[in-house]
Design a protein around this ligand. Structure first.
Ligand code: PLP
Length: 366
């Protein structure tokens, strides 16, 4: 069976990006592979990242971590969105480190019956006001901690993609204080980790013992406006999304296109029907993005449908029904990028790549 659309993932790019980021940070690197490796494919990306020099893997869900273990991966794995009531026994049985952010979770993890103590990283809220211990932090004492092995302490930046933003320094300082208070209970060798991709790229002071990189490892800039493009950052975008033109047809000027006839052709042109839609993660709200054919851009015209959208190829296009077009890629050959698609839909590259749906096969290039 041949595909009508595919996400081609370049695993060498992942490897190279990990090596670049690790050299930049000068400390251990945790490859963040949650959400099916930001849509790139959990297990192949995890293996490539480990080949590239990552020593840890980070995921949100326990299921993601267990999938990695089932694939034979033995590197340390941290899962940080494992709420009270979860199957902590499976986490321990699979040698998965758990992030804990509440006394309730800490008590449940401590209660797991096993020969060795469960491995825990304490997540602390340093100012993002999302995950992590905040009000309960002063209540934690050695008694709460004796049932687990405290491996690390970590926090997460809210604004690391805005270098110089005072909140970054304030989060860093709060992190140092919270680390010191934990160390005072007699935990001198904790793995301290704070930086995401943006901080890894621009804030060396926050690297501590390990950085947790997601988006940059996929070759994408955390924010093109504030940090520059992938290329400027020395990163190689790993995913190219391509699809077939189901149909190419000539239409006259004044043709209303798609649901709601929200666009009308200005002149006679050739339209291409791209075999992907919002069921595949193409944002319905996207207006100013499109595809490219042989390096020529063809913008979206009309509304994106569930399985298809229409592009304006131009009257002189040589594209034919059945030809492949590039939806997004690195931009090196004149194609749109995931940054362009993010901007066109009021979102960010993270969401564009992560939401590519399960109907789109991932094809791996070495
Ligand atoms: C997703 C996530 C990261 C990675 O963030 P990027 O901006 O993609 O590098 C790091 N740490 C935590 C806790 C996360 O949830």
């Amino acid at each position: 069976m041949t595909n009508r659309a595919e996400a081609v993932v370049n695993l060498s790019a992942i490897k190279a990006n990990v090596a670049t980021l690790k050299a930049k940070a000068g400390v251990d690197l945790m490859a963040v592979v949650k959400a099916d490796a930001y849509g790139h494919g959990l297990v192949p990306v995890a293996k490539a990242a480990l080949d590239g020099g990552a020593t840890w893997l980070g995921v949100a869900l326990l299921e993601e971590a267990i999938t990695l273990r089932a694939a034979g991966i033995t590197a340390p794995i941290l899962a940080w969105l494992v709420p009270p009531g979860s199957d902590f026994q499976s986490a321990v049985d699979n040698n998965i480190d758990i992030a804990v952010a509440s006394i309730k979770a800490l008590d449940e993890v401590s209660a797991v019956k096993c020969s060795k103590r469960p491995r825990v990283h304490l997540e602390v809220d340093t100012g993002m006001t999302r995950g992590g211990f905040l009000d309960e932090w002063p209540k934690i004492d050695a008694l709460h901690l004796h049932g687990v092995e405290i491996v690390g302490i970590f926090s997460h930046f809210a604004r690391a993609d805005e270098p110089g933003q005072p909140q970054n320094l304030s989060q860093l300082n709060r992190f140092k204080k919270m680390v010191a208070s934990l160390e005072s209970f007699g935990y001198p060798h904790l793995i301290r980790h704070l930086s995401n991709s943006a901080a890894t790229l621009v804030d060396e002071a926050s690297s501590f013992d390990m950085v947790r990189t997601g988006i940059a490892m996929y070759g994408l800039s955390p924010d093109v406006k504030t940090l520059g493009t992938s290329k400027g950052l020395g990163l190689i975008p790993a995913m190219t999304l391509r699809a077939k033109l189901h149909l190419v047809k000539k239409v006259p000027a004044g043709s209303p296109v798609g649901y709601g006839a929200t666009a009308v052709t200005e002149s006679a042109t050739k339209l291409g029907l791209v075999a992907m839609g919002y069921a595949d993660g193409i944002p319905r709200v996207a207006q100013s993005a499109g595809v490219s054919f042989l390096g020529e851009k063809a913008p979206i015209i009309g509304r994106v449908s569930m399985d298809q959208f229409v592009v304006d190829l131009g009257a002189d296009s040589t594209a034919q029904s059945g030809d492949w077009v590039t939806v997004f890629g690195s931009g090196a050959d004149g194609e749109y990028t995931s940054d362009d698609w993010g901007a066109a839909s009021g979102s960010i590259n993270y969401e564009i790549v992560t939401r590519i749906g399960p109907r789109v096969p991932r094809i791996y290039e070495l």
